[in-house]
Design a protein around this ligand. Sequence first.
Ligand SMILES: [Zn+2]
Length: 125
Amino acid sequence: MDKQKLEHYRTLLETRRHRLRDSVARTEEDGRAAQATDSAQDIADRASSSYQKEFLFARSNNDRQFLQMVEHALSSIAEGTYGECEQCGNEINERRLEAIPWARHCISCQEKIERGELEQQAQEN
Ligand SMILES: [Zn+2]
Protein backbone atom coordinates (compact mmCIF):
# COMPACT_ATOMS: atom_id res chain seq x y z
CA MET A 1 0.00 0.00 0.00
CA ASP A 2 1.40 3.40 -0.87
CA LYS A 3 2.24 6.05 1.69
CA GLN A 4 -0.57 8.38 0.79
CA LYS A 5 -3.20 5.72 1.30
CA LEU A 6 -1.66 4.63 4.56
CA GLU A 7 -1.78 8.22 5.78
CA HIS A 8 -5.41 8.38 4.76
CA TYR A 9 -6.33 5.30 6.80
CA ARG A 10 -4.18 6.45 9.68
CA THR A 11 -6.11 9.71 9.82
CA LEU A 12 -9.41 7.84 9.76
CA LEU A 13 -8.24 5.55 12.55
CA GLU A 14 -6.82 8.33 14.69
CA THR A 15 -10.04 10.30 14.44
CA ARG A 16 -11.95 7.22 15.49
CA ARG A 17 -9.57 6.51 18.36
CA HIS A 18 -10.02 10.03 19.64
CA ARG A 19 -13.81 9.70 19.62
CA LEU A 20 -13.72 6.31 21.30
CA ARG A 21 -11.45 7.53 24.07
CA ASP A 22 -13.84 10.39 24.67
CA SER A 23 -16.77 8.05 24.78
CA VAL A 24 -15.07 5.65 27.19
CA ALA A 25 -14.22 8.52 29.52
CA ARG A 26 -17.76 9.88 29.38
CA THR A 27 -19.31 6.48 30.08
CA GLU A 28 -17.08 6.09 33.11
CA GLU A 29 -18.26 9.43 34.43
CA ASP A 30 -21.90 8.46 33.88
CA GLY A 31 -21.23 5.24 35.77
CA ARG A 32 -19.77 7.10 38.72
CA ALA A 33 -22.70 9.52 38.74
CA ALA A 34 -25.17 6.61 38.73
CA GLN A 35 -23.34 5.05 41.65
CA ALA A 36 -23.34 8.29 43.63
CA THR A 37 -27.13 8.65 43.47
CA ASP A 38 -27.72 5.04 44.51
CA SER A 39 -27.73 5.47 48.27
CA ALA A 40 -30.54 8.01 48.31
CA GLN A 41 -33.04 5.95 46.33
CA ASP A 42 -35.93 3.64 47.04
CA ILE A 43 -35.93 0.06 45.77
CA ALA A 44 -37.68 0.75 42.47
CA ASP A 45 -35.29 3.54 41.61
CA ARG A 46 -32.38 1.42 42.63
CA ALA A 47 -33.49 -1.37 40.31
CA SER A 48 -33.67 0.96 37.35
CA SER A 49 -30.36 2.52 38.17
CA SER A 50 -28.63 -0.85 38.36
CA TYR A 51 -30.17 -1.63 35.01
CA GLN A 52 -28.72 1.60 33.73
CA LYS A 53 -25.36 0.73 35.19
CA GLU A 54 -25.39 -2.57 33.37
CA PHE A 55 -26.21 -0.77 30.20
CA LEU A 56 -23.37 1.68 30.72
CA PHE A 57 -21.05 -1.17 31.51
CA ALA A 58 -21.97 -2.99 28.30
CA ARG A 59 -21.52 0.20 26.32
CA SER A 60 -18.10 0.86 27.76
CA ASN A 61 -17.05 -2.73 27.05
CA ASN A 62 -18.07 -2.34 23.44
CA ASP A 63 -16.19 0.91 23.16
CA ARG A 64 -13.13 -0.65 24.74
CA GLN A 65 -13.19 -3.62 22.39
CA PHE A 66 -13.65 -1.33 19.46
CA LEU A 67 -10.85 0.88 20.70
CA GLN A 68 -8.58 -2.16 20.87
CA MET A 69 -9.30 -3.02 17.24
CA VAL A 70 -8.54 0.55 16.23
CA GLU A 71 -5.28 0.51 18.23
CA HIS A 72 -4.38 -2.79 16.65
CA ALA A 73 -4.91 -1.37 13.15
CA LEU A 74 -2.79 1.67 14.01
CA SER A 75 0.05 -0.52 15.22
CA SER A 76 -0.13 -2.62 12.07
CA ILE A 77 0.31 0.60 10.09
CA ALA A 78 3.45 1.24 12.13
CA GLU A 79 4.65 -2.32 11.51
CA GLY A 80 3.93 -2.12 7.80
CA THR A 81 1.41 -4.95 7.77
CA TYR A 82 -1.70 -2.84 7.50
CA GLY A 83 -4.25 -3.98 4.93
CA GLU A 84 -3.18 -7.62 4.99
CA CYS A 85 -5.64 -10.29 6.01
CA GLU A 86 -4.48 -11.88 9.25
CA GLN A 87 -5.88 -15.19 8.19
CA CYS A 88 -4.75 -15.72 4.61
CA GLY A 89 -2.29 -12.85 4.12
CA ASN A 90 -4.06 -11.46 1.06
CA GLU A 91 -4.67 -7.77 0.69
CA ILE A 92 -7.94 -6.56 2.11
CA ASN A 93 -10.12 -4.93 -0.52
CA GLU A 94 -9.84 -1.16 -0.37
CA ARG A 95 -13.55 -0.57 -0.42
CA ARG A 96 -13.75 -2.74 2.67
CA LEU A 97 -10.99 -0.77 4.36
CA GLU A 98 -12.71 2.44 3.43
CA ALA A 99 -15.85 1.26 5.23
CA ILE A 100 -14.05 -0.58 8.06
CA PRO A 101 -10.50 0.75 8.37
CA TRP A 102 -9.90 -1.48 11.40
CA ALA A 103 -10.76 -4.66 9.46
CA ARG A 104 -8.33 -7.51 10.14
CA HIS A 105 -9.62 -9.98 7.62
CA CYS A 106 -10.49 -9.98 3.95
CA ILE A 107 -14.12 -10.42 3.04
CA SER A 108 -13.90 -14.14 2.33
CA CYS A 109 -12.14 -14.95 5.61
CA GLN A 110 -14.55 -12.71 7.50
CA GLU A 111 -17.48 -14.60 5.99
CA LYS A 112 -15.93 -17.91 6.99
CA ILE A 113 -15.46 -16.60 10.53
CA GLU A 114 -19.08 -15.50 10.67
CA ARG A 115 -20.25 -18.88 9.40
CA GLY A 116 -18.14 -20.50 12.09
CA GLU A 117 -15.81 -22.17 9.60
CA LEU A 118 -12.73 -20.56 11.06
CA GLU A 119 -11.65 -20.84 14.64
CA GLN A 120 -10.94 -17.19 15.15
CA GLN A 121 -13.53 -15.07 16.90
CA ALA A 122 -13.59 -11.70 15.26
CA GLN A 123 -16.34 -9.17 15.39
CA GLU A 124 -15.67 -6.45 12.98
CA ASN A 125 -18.84 -5.34 11.34
ZN1 LIG B 1 -8.28 -13.61 4.15
